[in-house]
Write a protein that binds this ligand. Structure first.
Ligand code: HEC
Ligand code: HEC
Length: 218
């Protein structure tokens, strides 16, 4: 029964999604769209933004051990949160909380945040200056070629993200490699049909090159 329902859905999906593929991204569901609206309003208002940064800093103490005090993780497998797109961060916290993105520790953590916590935390980290991780310059040229062909539509010409899409510029290269491999696995730890389609056919060398190029961007 379940299998049949899934088969029917995947058959209908291209038709249903053709005008506006909003199954992922900032408009994916009403809760995320509403919270994203609040975050954009807070970011645009200097007084509310300063208050959120202050409250976020207090709430984030616990995160510093892994993500770095200013969101610039120095651990290769832990993503930098500094300068990240706040709507993307919010989307990920929602995905951890709902179990759509699977990683034991972050899932347990995210399910305890109130809405206010989420807003303050993402505004705090998004407002910290990013220190780019840096990547192997010998691989960057090959990575740039692939990036220009297939990634700029959502992640932007300079890798700084757009709307609800992630900033990739300056991210930890090992984390990027691991993440791209996660996306290649259907039903894996990150369930994203959009990203799976983007990276399905990439080889290990392509993934290393993409990560090296992106990590070196500012
Ligand atoms: C014990 C280490 C640890 C702590 C503490 C921790 N995190 Fe994480 N976090 C991780 C790891 C590892 C990942 C990457 C998971 C993966 O590979 O999918 C991650 C991923 C994330 C992401 C997704 C980022 C992206 O680029 O997709 C967000 C958002 C996040 N953490 C927020 C937080 C916040 C907010 C706190 C504190 C309340 C926190 N984390 C505390 C280890 C930690
Ligand atoms: C059609 C839009 C689209 C295109 C084109 C696209 N992406 Fe994405 N990307 C997404 C979405 C949506 C997510 C969030 C998926 C999730 O949360 O699991 C994402 C997430 C990511 C992440 C995770 C960031 C993090 O901090 O964990 C990486 C890395 C990434 N994309 C790399 C790429 C690369 C490399 C390409 C080109 C080969 C690409 N993307 C092309 C939509 C796109």
């Amino acid at each position: 029964m379940r299998i049949m329902a899934v088969a029917c859905l995947s058959f209908l999906l291209p038709v249903a999604m053709s005008p506006a593929p909003a199954a992922e991204g900032p408009d994916a569901n009403p809760t995320l769209a509403r919270l994203a609206g609040v975050v954009r309003a807070v970011m645009a208002d200097p007084r509310r933004r300063a208050a959120a940064i202050e409250a976020g800093r207090l709430r984030a103490t616990f995160c510093f051990a892994c993500h770095g005090e200013d969101g610039n993780s120095r651990r290769p497998h832990v993503p930098k949160l500094a300068g990240q797109n706040p709507v993307y961060l919010l989307d990920q916290i929602e995905r951890f909380a709902s179990g759509r993105r699977r990683t034991t520790y972050m899932q347990a953590l995210a399910s305890h945040f109130t809405e206010e916590d989420k807003i303050n935390l993402v505004v705090y980290f998004a407002s910290q200056p990013l220190r780019p991780a840096g990547g192997d310059p010998r691989l960057a040229e090959a990575g740039e070629r692939i990036y220009r062909q297939r990634c700029i539509g959502c992640h932007g010409p300079d890798g700084r993200g757009s709307r609800g899409y992630a900033r990739l510029a300056g991210q930890q290269p090992r984390y990027l490699e691991k993440t791209l491999r996660d996306f290649q696995t259907e039903g894996g730890r990150r369930d994203s049909p959009v990203m799976q389609a983007m990276v399905r056919d990439l080889g290990a060398g392509d993934i290393r090159a993409l990560a090296a190029f992106l990590a070196g961007l500012r």
